[in-house]
Design a protein around this ligand. Structure first.
Ligand SMILES: NC(=O)c1ccc[n+]([C@@H]2O[C@H](COP(=O)([O-])OP(=O)(O)OC[C@H]3O[C@@H](n4cnc5c(N)ncnc54)[C@H](OP(=O)(O)O)[C@@H]3O)[C@@H](O)[C@H]2O)c1
Length: 403
């Protein structure tokens, strides 16, 4: 049996920890070359102790220095920091497979570097595909690198497609749980507390994606991600609310056949699918019992309840750097919400105003190049920055008012 060497970007987060859980079950199949995180020094130290990587990265330089000084596991793990550290472990000759499990746009450059270096890349970090999906797919094609979807719905589509040509596909359907407020009347949204927004009914995930799931911006970002991963136009990508989170995705073929991928909501299944591709790992997890589940419900997405989802679709329709800019704005707004700057329904209101301003710039005579087209990683970063700046401008009066 050959051993696959791994770099896990975002190893201390929900995706990273689930990845390492799978790795720990198959010690004869995987070896960890590198682990990387932002500043979770304690958690990374524990992971170094357990997985003995050759290299560890903490983006935060001070946290990296503290980790270095601890000489975990006899100090045999080199500790790097900053974007340079992330780029180095993403492209290291000693690694074969990179897991992109960082949250947010900051994961773009390392993911791109992994593809440039010809690594097999598993993408959970959907913001990467939202910022520069077309570029990522082109780079994977040039370098011959496999780009594997780790996000559960996209992994479901990938499994249903099983290599079928695009012409055979009529449409794909991604499902969405609807988050914690799928049954709450939209006129009650002002009563939502942050703790309620952070309590996802079906999935246990990091805070940013959990808030994005409550607003359903997450599903909008996933439609953008799917557009590039599967090379389908937006009108052939549908979304259904499916409260049980058992059916993750469906593919309708041109002959009328519909193939669905089902499973319990546990990220270790799509993670194992990516790590082992094209093989399957005998993963001992609780089994899906459909008789116990009893029923599977599906419903349309309501604009009154989930305006953020429709903002993302609009960004995709406008194209160019609009998705990257909206994503940047969303990251800033969600972070501010997590810092208690304003109430839950204001997230959508702020992002709508940002989108209006972006759309006006997109339609103006002097439209910035990065909004017109993402031709390089720098374009994506510029568009992301523009969205962040506009969001910060919208947030400034709210922050002042709450002081
Ligand atoms: N969680 C899920 O089940 C799930 C499912 C599908 C897709 N995803 C996607 O996967 C990505 C990760 O989500 P998550 O839920 O795992 O998030 P999370 O639990 O918040 O973890 C985020 C990870 O990214 C690291 N990180 C953040 N900024 C970084 C930086 N500048 N440099 C290096 N590492 C950095 C964090 O390190 P620290 O711990 O040091 O902050 C942490 O390891 C997101 O894009 C999300 O949309 C997640």
């Amino acid at each position: 049996m050959t051993v696959k060497t791994l770099t896990v970007l975002g190893s201390t987060g929900s995706i990273g920890r689930n990845t390492l859980d799978v790795v720990a079950r198959f010690p004869d199949r995987y070896r960890v070359h590198a682990l990387a995180a932002h500043s979770s020094e304690e958690r990374l130290a524990e992971q170094i102790e357990r997985f003995r990587p050759a290299v560890a990265v903490l983006y935060d330089a001070q946290a990296a220095q503290r980790l270095r000084d601890r000489r975990v596991a006899g100090g045999r793990t080199a500790v790097l920091s900053g974007m340079e550290g992330l780029l180095e472990v993403a492209a290291a000759p000693q690694t074969q497979h990179v897991v992109a499990g960082i949250v947010g746009a900051v994961g773009l450059r390392p993911a791109y570097a992994a593809l440039e270096a010809g690594k097999e890349l598993s993408v959970a970090n959907k913001e990467v595909m939202v910022l520069a999906g077309e570029l990522m797919m082109a780079r994977a094609q040039d370098s011959g690198a496999a780009l594997l979807p780790m996000d559960s719905e996209h992994n479901g589509v990938f499994q249903c497609l099983a290599g079928s040509p695009r012409e055979a596909v009529r449409r794909i359907v991604l499902t969405a749980s609807g988050g914690p407020f799928r049954d709450l009347a939209p006129d009650r949204f002002h009563t939502i507390s942050k703790a309620q927004a952070l309590a996802h009914p079906n999935w246990d995930m990091g805070p940013k994606i959990t808030i994005d799931s409550a607003t359903m911006m997450n599903k909008g970002l996933e439609v953008i991600e799917a557009r590039w991963l599967f090379g389908l136009p937006p009108e052939r990508i549908d979304v259904l609310i499916h409260r049980q989170s058992i059916v993750h995705a469906l593919v309708e073929f041109v002959d009328g056949s519909v193939i669905a991928q089902l499973g319990l909501p546990d990220m270790r299944t799509p993670i194992a699918c990516c790590l082992a591709h094209p093989e399957r790992l005998p993963l001992e997890l609780p089994r899906l019992d459909l008789a116990q589940v009893g029923r599977l419900d599906f419903a349309e997405v309501s604009e009154a309840r989930y305006p953020c989802f429709f903002l993302a679709l609009e960004a995709l329709r406008l194209g160019g750097g609009m998705p990257a800019a909206l994503n940047g704005a969303n990251e800033v707004v969600v972070q501010a919400y997590l810092e208690d700057a304003f109430s839950f329904p204001q997230i959508a209101g702020i992002l709508k105003r940002v989108m209006d301003r972006l759309a006006a710039r997109r339609n103006s005579a002097d439209v910035p190049a990065c909004l017109r087209r993402i031709a390089t990683v720098d374009d994506a970063v510029d568009a992301d920055r523009m969205g962040r700046q506009l969001a910060a401008a919208e947030l400034a009066p709210l922050r002042t008012a709450s002081c």
